[in-house]
Design a protein around this ligand. Sequence first.
Ligand code: ATP
Length: 597
Amino acid sequence: MRFAELAAAYERLEATSKRLEMRALLTELIRPLRPPELTRVLYLSQGALRPEYEGVELGVATSLARRAVAKAAGVEERDVARRTQETGDLGTTAGELVGKLHRLGTEDPLTVAGVYHDLERIAAASGAGSQEEKVEILTRLLGRATPLEAKYLVRFVIGTLRVGVREMSLLDALTDAFADGSKEARVKIEAAFNLSSDLGLVADALVQGGLAGLEHIHLEVGRPIRPMLAEREPTLAAILERMGGSMALEYKYDGLRVQAHIAKDRSVRLFSRRLEEISGQFPDLRAALPAAVTALPAILEGECVPLDPDTDEIRPFQEVSRRRGRKHDLERLQEEVPVCLFVFDLLLDGGIPVYERDFAERRRLLEQRLRPSERVRLADQRVVHSVEEATDFFEVALAGGAEGVMAKSLAPGSSYRAGARGFWWIKYKRDYTAGLSDSVDGVVVGGFHGRGRRAGRYGAYLLAVYNPGRDRFESFCKVGSGFDDAQLAEMPTRLKGVESDTPPPGVDTGVTPDRWFLPKVVLEVRGAELTLSPVHRAAQGAIRPGAGLALRFPRFTGRVREDKAPTDATTSDELLEMYRSQVRQAAPSTEGSDETS
Ligand code: ATP
């Protein structure tokens, strides 16, 4: 396949905001393809070379890409920079500059295979001289590119492919292109993806063996499974009722979710909630895990929390987050902030997948297999049959340093539902007892210039929830409070490279910020209540035609959810559910002046 065809498809995708049209375009794009080309196109369309969990990074900063554009176009770097200020996007600039020298139909056209190969070389370049090598490869690619190809090549390498294609849309397209397009087929394809976290692998199996081919995909050590997620209920009584009168309650530890893969040879790999490999940050857990489990290979899940080395008490979560991303100080931090993994699930037991078994059996197996140590322990659990027992355990959990409890169904069918949020697990937190039931994880999609003390930087941000059904990010608030000076100062660094002068594809809002951002950074916010809004678009129309949901008096909690991808943010449906349970609990408050916009 010519790379020009892929670039043309991206151009069409970018121009549409309609889900069905996007689905049709994607289907048309992938239907004629076969592995390995199909696999490559799937990864490329997600802005990656490999499935996310493999962590393959191109390592091309915007400045490097700018240098390559300048070289390929034969102009000064500062001209490229100036022009990019005008266009707002280096990809567009590349399209304009490189396009002056090239026309379609050169004798040496780029192919998807060739481009992919060169991008792999860019990713592989490391050590002394690697920066120059990356620039060199990119310059040569750009030298052969048409304007449109240059635009998408550059966007790809700097990580801002804006076509707005996410996993859900690609799963739709796979269903239409390689199965019968039915709901049942879609469910099977998504299940295979939830199990393997690898779209390429799923596509491969589908093309080789149809829907039956997906059965060859198994849970394997080294390939993370997408996490099972919990629903909310406003009271313990409501939870108990939903669970049918009895349930397992566990401490809800406030830390970092960790999926631990322990191979037969006792090597350990750790994955975060968004399935990024985080093995490097927890050498202490890696060392402790093989001895803590008796049947290998194994995959288990737990929450990693800091413990006070003297008192054994749970410490605030922020102390684990200090471990993230730091390489040099790790040894010191290991001593200062020792962590413990509280294991709450077992998915692979001595090489046998057990995630489809009922929860009570998984827990029993886990209790048999785990040899608790200082670093690895079993999550505290009690099976309860009444609201009194549940309340009692909830108090115990809070006193023990947990943020609440996690209720788990003991009913037949309580298997581990990879990638799904359902009422098999229900969370109940201390905060539910007051005000708005939960915090909301919102994706930053816009920024507003600050005034007064905040002049010269962004003073507030526009946040959106994710709507998987529409594959859209829908705005729900503008948040400016809760940031301390340091947090406010570091936000632009986090948002570097995803700024945009035009609304990014997939973002839905009636608010116009001073600057747009491609969905990337997830912030945790709290607010007073949810109201209806004429300008925000979260769950628009669900309560009243034209009205979206907005969070009043939003406040940043100080936690940047680095463990969440934009599509892991709170969903519109969750927000709607929070709105409804708030209305059920308190006197209805539907109107409200819209302080949030
Ligand atoms: P979610 O994961 O539901 O999207 P979140 O990451 O913001 O949301 P919460 O909603 O507060 O977190 O709760 C779910 C998380 O609770 C799990 O992802 C897991 O990290 C954590 N957790 C702590 N203790 C347990 C437990 N005993 N069982 C399951 N999860 C637990």
